[in-house]
Design a binder for this molecule. Sequence first.
Ligand SMILES: [Zn+2]
Length: 396
Amino acid sequence: MAQAKSGLPGLTIRNVRPLGGAASDVHVRDGRIAASADNAEIVDGGGALLLPGLIEGHTHLDKTTWGAPWHRNTIGPTRAERIAHERDWRVATNHDAEARSLALARAFLANGTTRMRAHADIDPSIGLRHVHATQRTRESLGGIMDIQIVAFPQSGIVCQKGVADMMDAALAGGADVVGGIDPCSIDRDPVRHLDVVFGLASKHGKPVDIHLHETGEMGAFSLDLILERTEALGLVGQVTISHGFCLGTLPVAECDALLARMARVDMRIATTAPAGIPVPTLAACRAAGVTIYGGNDGIRDSWTPYGEPDMLDRAMHIGLRNGLRRDDELEWALECVTSAAAVGCGFAGYGLAPGCRADLVLVDAETVAEAIVRRPARRLVVAGGRVVVRDGILVV
Ligand SMILES: [Zn+2]
């Protein structure tokens, strides 16, 4: 078999239906989708549905217990209690963020996720340990899975000594995105919190992704401050609001006004579409021209027993949360874990066109909607031009 310059053999997958369209062949050469591939391995696609590699737009690899014994969850009802509980739990269980994050990332890969944005905790008790653990997982999966790392101040910035400097060091050392969290309710000092976040973004020239759980007027106030800075600094397409629950709880006119401002600076929303709290809807975001994309948030960690490392499963939750029934509406849910997530996170070379990175997923389903509601095993997954899953089994 001919070796291309990437060292990877060429690949042709015969008889697949891109996004449910007409049957065709797809070719892979040098890790990218190509118009043809000479001397390639030939795989029979069997008329399966072809999807681009799935994208997890918001998760926390470093927190998970994936692959370890079941964690008996005993957390309290408030966010502050859950943050404190997690810090104690990490010590009590001698949590191995590197081993667990790698186990979870591989489970994502087995289900066709080839790109991901992972928030990694930074606080005084762990310093940069979780950032480094996530970086080692990224290195282990180099060339296969594209992992962005967010320097995430889970316990706050202003109220936690040294966190701003730790975030600075993380960003200098390879973290890709500046994180933030609830500027009013965690730090109780939104101006100083955002001074640090946007100061680091300017210093390092990196995008921003802020967890905003705050609801109602408090969330609207924080979002207004974030918008003011984004507008003043001209950070068009550089800022994501994760969750943005306030956009599900405000009066419609107020919500629409905020979404219109977000659209003008191309500010994005990452949603988990949780069942238990109002959220910004796909319909409102699409009408306003705001990119909204999907993520699990934490999976099987000290915060939550829920979550599956399968972005088709997350797409189903997005569909359920948004009342999507029609096949064409469920394609919006797929966009949240494919093309919209690529835009939202800034992943380049994404899609099924020649020249794009060869991240391909084959499932036995008639349409995108069927793939989402049935979530069949992945028949074949190609990541960076390499076959990583055959017949549902991870082979790397
Ligand atoms: Zn999160």
